[in-house]
Design a protein around this ligand. Structure first.
Ligand SMILES: *Cc1c(COP(=O)(O)O)cnc(C)c1O
Length: 390
């Protein structure tokens, strides 16, 4: 186009391209819905169903491809797809692998919204969802039916903290040709080598440690297996799962410090948890690195770290109102869901409404230990505990 263009058109079109050869440490942020093709032939040659190149922003830009590759590396996988939230990653796995007439098994301590989703799959999509004791181990074999397609695992459960025997579950599942997916958010992919234990699909809520800022919602689904990846990729595109490039950049920016943050959360959480074991107000400390936690020996065998999330069960003599007052009288711990950020959080849970067979009379409170000085956190809990007794 040689003809002189009007100023209006020049606001839209320009021949300028920045000099080549730029190199820097951060990843670039590539914003795009439209991706340009040099020719029609190039456009027709591109298949949007395969991720080897660029077709449309929804299906990948250098920014998303970079984060996907980094996450697959961290987890020891080969393929990764980003999703708009951790919950979207869970729904991606379900919609990629399940169809009407199939059966899915989930642990009773599964992430709450995942339980809600499986109820919807059952009521409206003709997929049966059955729940198993998270400590079932090899006993899962007895629950597997000919129509069972998928077994979800979570280790530990993110409220009641039971640590599942993943190798035993995977062994039984694989003997029956069933795929096993793990919600590996608690370990951030740093403290558990899920694929080495037999897991087929790892799901991460990047909202937690990978973001680290309490400001991003994002998820990831990671695999080693090409055939599984193909199913996930198709579902990812058919469902239109996209993520914002600025958010992807922020996760990329946080990744280099994730190991240091995770280890700091871990050390502080163990210090606070150890102090809580000495308190008469506390019935049990449900931290996988402590012996009261169901599955503690499995954690010792399979995990190399623990992060900042754990729960306690108060002595049964306290009422719910007293425990609520305890949580509200904490100053440094804020009341709110999620974890993996710098701020400590605390949430009381009504276990009797969440679990059919919950018998402990004490009230459960979950702590997310942030990046504050653990001695300040202990002092905060101590002053709130002092208010428990009238
Ligand atoms: C937070 C969380 C999710 C969901 O992540 P969102 O990004 O908040 O949707 C899934 N599983 C576990 C264990 C989580 O903690």
């Amino acid at each position: 186009m040689k003809k002189k263009i009007s100023p209006q058109t020049s606001l839209v079109h320009s021949d300028y391209t920045p000099p080549a050869g730029f190199s820097a440490l951060p990843s670039s942020i590539h914003h795009a819905s439209t991706v340009l093709f040099p020719t029609i032939a190039a456009m027709r040659a591109r298949n949007w169903k395969e991720k080897s190149g660029y077709t449309y922003g929804l299906h990948g830009t250098p920014t998303t491809f970079t984060l996907e590759a980094r996450l697959a590396e961290i987890e020891g996988g080969r393929h990764c797809r980003l999703t708009p939230s951790g919950l979207a990653a869970i729904s991606l796995v379900n919609f990629a692998l399940l169809k009407t007439g199939d059966d899915v098994l989930l642990p009773e301590n599964v992430y709450g919204p995942s339980k809600e989703l499986s109820g919807w799959l059952q009521s409206d999509f003709g997929i049966t969802a059955r729940f198993y004791d998270p400590l079932i181990g090899a006993g899962i074999a007895d629950l597997i039916q000919p129509d069972t397609r998928l077994i979800w695992t979570e280790a530990p459960g993110s409220v009641s903290m039971e640590v599942a025997d993943l190798p035993a579950i995977c062994k039984a599942a694989h003997a029956a040709g069933v795929t096993v997916a793990l919600d590996n958010t608690w370990s951030a992919g740093l403290a558990l080598r899920a694929f080495d234990l037999g897991i087929d699909i790892v799901m991460q809520a990047l909202t937690k440690y990978q973001s680290g800022g309490s400001d991003i919602l994002m998820g990831a689904v990671i695999t080693r297996d090409d055939a599984l990846n193909h199913k996930l990729e198709l579902a990812h595109m058919r469902l239109g799962m996209g993520v914002g490039m600025d958010d992807v950049y922020l996760v990329l920016r946080s990744l280099p410090s994730m190991r240091l943050r995770f280890d700091a959360h871990d050390a502080a959480a163990r210090k606070v948890a150890a102090w809580l074991t000495t308190r008469k107000e506390i019935g049990k400390v449900l931290h996988p690195a402590f012996p009261d936690c169901p599955g503690h020996a499995i954690w010792q065998r399979d995990f190399t770290g623990a992060g900042g999330l754990f729960s306690v069960i108060f002595d049964g003599r306290y009422t719910e109102a007293q425990i609520d007052r305890f949580v509200e009288s904490l100053a440094l711990f804020k009341i709110g869901f999620s974890w993996g950020g710098a701020h400590s959080l605390c949430v009381p849970y009504r276990m009797q409404t969440m679990r059919s067979a919950w018998s402990d009379p004490g009230h459960l409170v979950r702590f997310n230990i942030g990046l504050e000085d653990p001695d300040d956190l202990i002092a905060d809990i101590e002053q709130a505990l002092a208010g428990l007794e009238p």
